[in-house]
Design a protein around this ligand. Structure first.
Ligand code: MRU
Length: 327
């Protein structure tokens, strides 16, 4: 399986996520400006993949003997919410004094670690799901894309599906289409189809109704930034899902590598939420319609059953009393 993002011969090579599912194509980015543009257009996206993009971008700048600190600033601020982007930039930048080969080696280390960390985090999370959800096989609900495409390899929340599917435990995944850029309908559905996991797409607005009808055993989502108190920023709509899951006493599990934890941030109130262009929403509106288009929201930790990283399981209050198990 090809990595979502990798180092080419003096360039950064990405799977172009704007072309999927219609076309699988690679983009070879040989300028930092091109990589920043790809990040902003969501040709490469998802918090862990953005961490890799940040690190590789710094390596590209060093490789071309550019003003690396200036490029690092442009890369780190290309999108504001996923902390992994600045984290990846900082990791590679930390080796600048040792020369460009050391910078590239550090960027490649970020990539090499990614799959292992996500596999470990999603394995821990699969254990949480199995402990929290008595029904077999499982009906899981996914929002946005937290799969291979959102990481370098394997995936975080969708990584849990891969572990459970390997054990024959998945009945179906309900895939929120994820308005307005359709990361669920285009990317998660594509990954599930490739892996031959049964799935159905649904409009985001159907998620609460699916829970009310008893169609969901567990909600699984990734994260873009996790504050020290466990509050989680993730794709817009995640907060509403968590409220609905709590109401219906359905476990709500967040899965991410520890590079998504921003321990300097006390709680979710301090997370900068990216607001995107109105044009993403106004295709069907009257001429001149204005729009509110936040790309992310913040889910308080008390709505979350567990935040799971490769380092362990952090339990919240978002689960029903009768489903409580000791960790
Ligand atoms: O705007 P996107 O597509 O970059 O948003 C991605 C998400 O919200 C993902 O859920 C998150 O980055 C976790 S990916 C493992």
């Amino acid at each position: 399986m090809r990595r979502t993002i990798d180092w080419g011969d003096g360039s950064v090579v990405i799977i172009d996520q704007t072309a999927l599912p219609g076309e699988f194509r690679l983009l070879e980015l040989d300028t930092v400006a091109g990589l920043v543009d790809a990040v902003q257009r969501l040709a490469v996206r998802g918090a862990p993949a953005l961490g890799a993009a940040g690190a590789l971008g710094v390596a590209l700048s060093a490789h071309q003997d550019r003003d690396v600190r200036r490029d690092a600033e442009l890369l780190a601020t290309a999108r504001p919410t996923a902390v992994n982007l600045a984290w990846g930039v900082e990791r590679a930048l930390g080796k600048l004094a040792q020369g460009k080969d050391a910078v590239l080696a550090e960027a490649l280390a970020v990539l090499d670690e990614d799959e292992h960390l996500n596999k470990t985090a999603s394995k821990h999370a699969a254990e949480v799901v199995l402990a929290e959800c008595p029904r077999r096989p499982l009906r899981l609900l996914s929002h946005c894309n937290a799969g291979r495409l959102a990481t370098v390899g394997w995936g975080s929340a969708l990584g849990v599906v891969w572990h459970l599917h390997e054990q024959g435990l998945v009945e179906e995944v309900l895939v929120d289409e994820t308005r307005p850029l359709l990361q669920g309908a285009r990317l998660t559905a594509w990954e599930l189809a490739q892996a031959q996991v049964p799935y159905r797409v649904q409009p985001d607005g159907a998620a609460a109704a699916a829970m009310a009808r008893g169609m969901v055993d567990c909600v699984l989502v990734g994260a873009d930034r996790i504050a020290a108190n466990g509050d989680v920023a993730n794709k817009i709509g995640t907060y509403g899902l968590a409220i609905a899951a709590k109401h219906h006493e359905i476990p709500f599990v967040v899965v991410a590598p520890s590079s998504t934890v921003d321990s300097k941030l006390a709680d979710g109130a301090g997370i900068t939420i990216e607001e995107r262009d109105a044009g993403e929403l106004t295709e069907h509106t009257p001429e001149g319609a204005r729009a509110f288009n936040p790309a992310f929201d913040v889910t308080p930790f008390d709505l979350i059953t567990a935040v799971v990283t490769e380092e362990g399981i952090f339990r919240g209050e978002g689960r029903s009393r009768d489903r409580r198990r000791s960790p």
